[in-house]
Design a protein around this ligand. Structure first.
Ligand SMILES: Nc1nc2c(c(=O)[nH]1)N[C@H]1C(S)=C(S)[C@@H](COP(=O)(O)O)O[C@H]1N2
Ligand SMILES: [Mo]
Length: 223
């Protein structure tokens, strides 16, 4: 059930959120299988799409370039707070990866351009007690990760998709992409990454979704 301490942003589509909450309660789409990411490209219970579905809380904030900042704070030696211009002056990197959404669709070979997550984290100098992150977006969405799942070379703070600036509906101007976990762990319109010592579940994690969300283990829902 919805955690009253995490009611979610105002203006979200309550019915849609309630439906996804019910899926978690019912364990919908669970196959009970796991798979080996080295051998099976498609995780259990997923089906391949070639379009790119849009999923969010129904709030798609228009984030101007003056509003588009990124902060990395919390348990760090050197908090990072970068304007859009400062972010754009950093080296750009490319990644190609697959997307796996918990609502069952997967999409192969997405080409991204953006900023290295590992470089930005290194710049912030995490303190030894930092073990998790909580992330905030401009629509009020939050999600959490173990720091080790964020600090991986394949992750990207994406500004471009297939050579074009990331559209507003897909989280432009800046979104995180964490391809080894279900896509709800990849916040669109990202604003802040806070390093913390103890895990703090986010929007979907308090609504029955798994804390980690590994698609190969079919970690759709919490037990
Ligand atoms: N800020 C924000 N990020 C978000 C969401 C959201 O509602 N708000 N939804 C998540 C979910 S459930 C999915 S599946 C993906 C969808 O990204 P897409 O719309 O680009 O396919 O974004 C994730 N990141
Ligand atoms: Mo999702």
């Amino acid at each position: 059930m919805t955690d009253p301490t995490n009611p979610g942003p105002q203006g979200m589509k309550e019915k849609l959120v309630r439906t996804k909450e019910r899926w978690a309660e019912e364990g919908r789409l669970l196959t009970g299988n796991s798979a080996d990411p080295q051998r099976d490209r498609l995780p259990p219970g997923q089906r391949l799409v070639t379009d790119w579905p849009v999923l969010d809380l129904g709030i798609q904030p228009a984030v101007s370039e003056t509003a588009a900042r990124l902060d990395i704070d919390g348990l760090v030696e050197a908090p990072v707070s970068l304007s859009w211009a400062e972010l754009m002056a950093l080296p750009q990197e490319e990644r190609r990866n697959d997307i796996h959404c918990v609502t069952q669709w997967s999409r192969y070979d997405n080409d991204w351009r953006g900023l290295s997550v590992t470089d930005l984290l290194a710049r912030a100098r995490p303190r030894p007690e930092a073990r998790f992150v909580t992330m905030e977006s401009h629509d009020g969405y939050t999600t959490n990760l173990p720091l080790a799942d964020l600090d991986r070379p394949e992750n990207l703070l994406a500004t471009h998709w297939e050579g074009k600036p990331l559209t507003r509906q897909h989280g432009g101007p800046l979104r995180l992409v964490v391809p080894h976990l279900y896509f709800w762990k990849s916040p669109k319109w990202i604003r802040r990454i806070t390093l913390i010592a103890q895990d703090r579940p986010g929007f979907w994690e308090v609504r029955g979704y798994h804390d980690r969300g590994d698609p190969w283990m079919e970690e759709r829902y919490s037990a």
